[in-house]
Design a protein around this ligand. Sequence first.
Ligand code: ATP
Ligand code: MG
Length: 851
Amino acid sequence: MIVPSSPLLPYNDPTLLFTNAGMNQFKPYFLGEEVPPFRRATTVQKCMRAGGKHNDLDNVGFTKRHHTFFEMLGNFSFGDYFKLEAIRWAWELLTEVYGLDKNRMWATVYLDDDEAYAIWRDEIGLPEERILRLGKKDNFWEMGDTGPCGPCSELHYDQGAEFDPNQKDPSEEGERYLELWNLVFMQYNRKEDGSLEPLPNKNIDTGMGLERLLAVLQGVDSNFHTDLFLPIIEEAERITGVKYDYGPGGAPFRVLADHTRALVFAITDGIYPSNFGRGYVLRRILRRAHRFAQKIGFEDKPIIYRLAPVVVEIMGDAYPELKERKTEVELIIKKEEEKFIEHVARNLPRLREALESARDKGVIEGEKVFKFYDTYGLPLDLIEEYAEDYKVRIDWEGFDREMARQKERAREKSTFKMEIPDWIVLDSSYTESEFVGYKTLESTGRLVKYAEKGKQVYIVLDRTPFYAESGGQVGDKGYLTGEFDGQSFLFKVEDTQKIGKDIVHIGKIVHGELPSQPVEVSARVDRELRIAAQRAHTATHLLHKALREILGEHARQEGSLVEPDRLRFDFVHFQQVKEEELKEIERIVNSKILENIEVKKEWMPYREAIKQGVMALFGEKYGETVRVVSIGDYSKELCGGTHVERTGDIGFFKIIKEESVASGIRRIEALVGFKALEYVESIEDTSREVAELLRTEPHKVVTRIRKLLDEKDDLEKELNTLSEILSNELFRRITPVSIDGITVYSASFRGLTPDVLKRISDKVNEKHNEKAFVVALATEKNGRAHIFVRISEDLRGRLSAKELVRGVSKIIQGGGGGSDLKAEGGGKQPSRLKEALNKILESVKNSFQGG
Ligand code: ATP
Ligand code: MG
């Protein structure tokens, strides 16, 4: 069976960062978790080795044979053919079909694998001096601490002494002997105690790097000089205007070519640059490419997105998804590049500053460096180079400590799981729970096991209508009831989760006790909540489709939450969704609801689904039966969730919010059914209330408010004129006193606003030409005391308005503040304002007589 490559985003395998070998997609077959639908398979698998257990990132550019992204050719046997055939066919393919020189071939086998050794020597006729026995590190393959494993045999090609005169055979490090193919003979099962037991069904897993094979076939000295890479390098030469150096100096070009391929393939497969996990690795790959572009003098300009079309040109026929998502992928890369360039430009000054101040000590703290690296996203080698410039040493120990801490934090975040205490198993024949909730919301099922933790109880039935949280849709709520020993019990289900093969009902016992034998219980899902969740789920599919229609194909799902009558949907988009666009999206969804289209749910082979144009949401397995939810011809998605019968059941769809959640990712929140109705009702209530306050009809509210605002403007203007007239009049009525050649205006009023006091002081200022005056005014308004003090500019240093106000704050029981020239105060004691003014006059007098 020729099986297509699985995506780079591993399916259902959180232990794996990226797909990194052909066998990944067959893991469940090797582990015996699933029965393979075929016994033999071959693949060309997209692989990425840039993080996790297999990480070749730092090699890229410097060896002739390592890439981050590469294609692995493989053949697989699931309990079918074994060692002899695998070796024979590999040999036949390389030497007879591809015509590689038999005299240049070497084989390695595992230390004690005499069987493989004998095949190479006797069946193939390879001379003994070209068969090496190597140890565990090279030639024994294991999936994990336990499970299937076995010896390997590698095929190496001798490229000639000129490649590396010092390397004498493939057991040594070097570039002369090129490992082409690795054949894994999965013949043991490693048990908990470390011992090996022979597998009843022996398996074969092989992997050969396409790029390495091609280099040999095209007779070139490096993978990078095959026609998979040269066109990219040539485009980079054209863009940068720099000539490619086929030797060590050409590393920047090789890095650019390699990393562009990795970015194009990964983003196409739905992995986006971000600050976490896989996305973070992509971000680092992009940044690394930029560092290398800088080394050839190409700075401050995006380049990778301009190389991306060449990758699509070379690979697009083999991987049509590259063509489909070309524009979007280029856009994502370009944005990320621009952001990074801007980022470096913005953060370099900070780094320089930090290094400048570290100069005296001669060392910069690891913590600080980590911050520049992690928080500010500056590449390490760039930080190092600048540190060298400033002759500042980096405290790497501190850096590593921070890095370890960060990893710990990330690990805690990703391994969070529901902790369930030990199960009390009532029925040992139970294997997995069957979900019957697509068709019914009530059924009976056998209570097979349960667990208790405090008040929280976990119950598993062999069959249940309760939907366990998945695909964004929340778990069902409801009740379980049963009888044991003549006593009935009632269990309230507050949430439902899937753990392994168990559908777990989580909740509390309302009355009675749980049985000690397996019993039949009746399970009843809260119908209203479930139906409301279904409305939201089908609406989510409509929204997803409408988004792509209006914003473009790039607007794909990034995350989704489906609750009763409420949904939250995250998708890829690089700017705010415009008001008109939102309206249009909302209108489309509602028009599909009005069309009352039938929502079909069908099970079919994955291949068939793809043929029907289903949106593949990455990682479904070939040969698998999938569930397709289609809404007429409008939307088709792979989905295990529960949905309404017809779109009309949704009722009404209302978007209530659009916002950004991360760079390049937007979020829409919407309501359906009753919640949407309630939302509109609450807006209506508000508008009615506003209308009542304005003494008008809801539809006239806007005109009315406009009119009120106009009136307010007019009133303010009038108030302004009146305040002017009033302050002029009051100013003239104050009789100033003279203290030491200074004119002092002091008066107390009732009912004036503090604003009028300030205006009066402006009159004083005008009259005295900004010289030699003190103003101290007070007013009582609405039972509060206000004081305003102002002194002329020339008195600065001799008097302080602020101090004068503070000096009386106790008297009026309040406080105050301002500047030396102008200050105001307020308090609860208007009856003592005169006393306060007198005290201010005293202080003025004292300060002049004193000075
Ligand atoms: P090497 O020792 O050369 O790094 P490996 O032992 O890591 O290779 P395997 O894990 O055995 O490689 O993978 C199977 C085949 O995939 C290899 O024989 C090689 O042809 C190819 N391959 C592995 N890693 C890379 C890579 N980073 N770039 C290109 N091809 C690779
Ligand atoms: Mg190997």
